[in-house]
Design a binder for this molecule. Structure first.
Ligand SMILES: Cc1cc2nc3c(=O)[nH]c(=O)nc-3n(C[C@H](O)[C@H](O)[C@H](O)COP(=O)(O)OP(=O)(O)OC[C@H]3O[C@@H](n4cnc5c(N)ncnc54)[C@H](O)[C@@H]3O)c2cc1C
Length: 425
């Protein structure tokens, strides 16, 4: 029997491509999703390793993400929340900063900590209220500057910026220089204020798994790298061609630019290294993020995922996740391990020597640079020309929410065209 030609080929099975596929499938549009690697999820994936769950780079789901709320079933992800606040290593000690709205007692006891002045702490509350009181759309219409300039304009002290915002936002934007667009800062801070920071029980990869479970296996082709995209067909690495009247390119920005040409503008990559250790005893007990407030050494942030969701480590053990910003050479694992332990001894003491190195992930293309004017328009077009569409975090903003939104937008644009052509309801 001849194979049915799909109406749409989606190139790339990250969150954007998967969302696009889910939306097309719901509208009963036949599609084929081709993914280069052996795993769906792209940058949101988890591995099982020695009975630990290792996310491919430390990342979190912010439950307030509007797009995620719409497409994901949170109850089935078994989300576990972080403590809203952080421990900051500064002056040889760990200091707790709490969200004053959710943990007022901790916030009062932390008010005198050396991380920022009382005025800084009150300013956090003011900023939080102003962001909660506005819409995401309006935030992306505010004048754009760098995050650092925005924090200065809000009146935060240099001490507060350097010891808290630089490592905290540095870990999110993978950019301690805080050159990232202020629009991204407003958006992310609003999301942190309105919901939980969470990890799914089966790892971040469960987000992609949930989307993939809605799709027919016969519409997905793994280990299939697309070399070239033309109107009406794609060419695979082995020279094979696959035809469809509509192609949606759902790869990372630089790869989309390679496949589609100059219409896609790309920015340099933000890179990160994530090192995982097994520990008999967790270095701290709370489900909290620990930040480098000193600005010295290679480590930016640390967390113990198994304090957040116990399932991340086997019984009797804990998982420690350490993030180092920037790009590292492929063959320096031993040096990095030594550097990390040396950095973390003042934070947690001699116990770091007893940790068992598990493995590390060097993620060269983790996020696109989002310095102004990258987010001058909140959303970039998903239709390039008739038959050629594009989605991915580079169309919206570099986040899980941005990737999901771009995939949904691309599917909607495809459906509009199919409807206009009388090919769907
Ligand atoms: C370490 C790290 C930490 C992060 N932290 C957070 C966080 O805490 N919160 C948050 O909201 N976001 C975070 N992000 C960002 C978020 O993960 C991404 O913005 C989002 O996953 C991007 O999804 P995407 O579908 O646009 O792209 P991708 O996930 O990159 O998917 C692209 C897919 O296309 C495939 N592909 C590429 N080229 C081809 C080709 N030629 N042929 C076929 N297939 C191809 C790739 O294999 C990949 O599967 C983080 C990202 C990283 C890496």
């Amino acid at each position: 029997m001849a194979k049915k030609t799909p109406a749409v080929i989606i190139v790339g099975g990250g969150l954007a491509g998967l969302t696009c596929a889910v939306k097309l499938h719901e509208a009963e549009v036949p599609f084929l999703l081709v993914e280069a690697s052996d795993k769906l999820g792209g940058r949101v994936a988890s591995d099982r390793y020695d009975n630990f769950i290792l996310d491919r780079g430390f990342q979190v789901l912010l439950t307030a993400y509007p797009e995620a709320k719409r497409i994901l079933d949170y109850s089935k992800l078994g989300l576990h929340a972080f403590y809203p606040g952080a421990l900051v290593f500064r002056g040889g000690k760990l200091h707790k900063l709490a969200d004053p709205f959710r943990h007022p007692l901790d916030a009062v006891s932390g008010a005198l900590s050396p991380i920022g002045s009382l005025a800084d702490k009150m300013q956090v509350g003011k900023l939080r209220q102003s962001l909660v009181g506005t819409t995401v759309k309006k935030l992306f219409e505010k004048p754009e500057t760098t995050t650092e300039k925005a924090l200065q304009d809000h009146g935060f002290s240099k001490e507060m910026i350097d010891s808290f915002f630089r490592p905290f936002l540095g870990g999110i934007f993978l950019d301690r220089s805080l050159k990232t667009s202020s629009r991204m800062f407003d958006f992310v801070f609003k999301m942190f204020s309105e919901g939980d920071t969470s990890l799914p029980a089966r790892g971040m990869g469960a987000i992609a798994d949930q989307l993939a479970a809605k799709l027919p296996a016969s519409s997905i082709r793994m280990k299939s790298h697309v070399r070239n995209v033309q109107d009406g067909f794609v060419i695979m690495d082995d020279g094979d061609t696959m035809a469809a009247p509509i192609i949606v390119v759902a790869t990372e920005g630089p790869e989309a630019a390679k496949l589609l040409g100059e219409e896609i503008q790309t920015t340099p990559a933000r890179s990160v290294l994530c090192v995982y250790y097994a520990a008999q005893k967790a270095p701290f007990e709370e489900p909290i993020l620990v930040l480098n407030g000193e600005g010295k050494g290679c480590v930016n942030n640390v967390c113990v995922p198994s304090n957040v969701a116990r399932s991340y480590a086997p019984e009797g053990q804990h998982l420690v996740s350490v993030s180092v910003l920037g790009e590292r050479d492929e063959d320096e694992d031993k040096e990095i391990d030594d550097e990390v332990r040396k950095d973390l001894k003042p934070w947690f003491g001699e116990q770091v020597e007893s940790w068992r190195y598990l493995r590390s992930y060097k993620i060269k293309y983790a996020l696109p640079d989002q310095s102004p004017p990258q987010l001058a328009t909140a959303q970039r077009p998903v239709k390039l020309r008739p038959g050629i569409f594009v989605c991915g975090d580079h169309r919206d903003n570099a986040s899980i929410n941005g990737a999901l939104a771009s995939g949904r937008r691309a599917a909607e644009a495809v459906l509009t065209d199919l409807k206009a052509a009388g090919k769907t309801e």
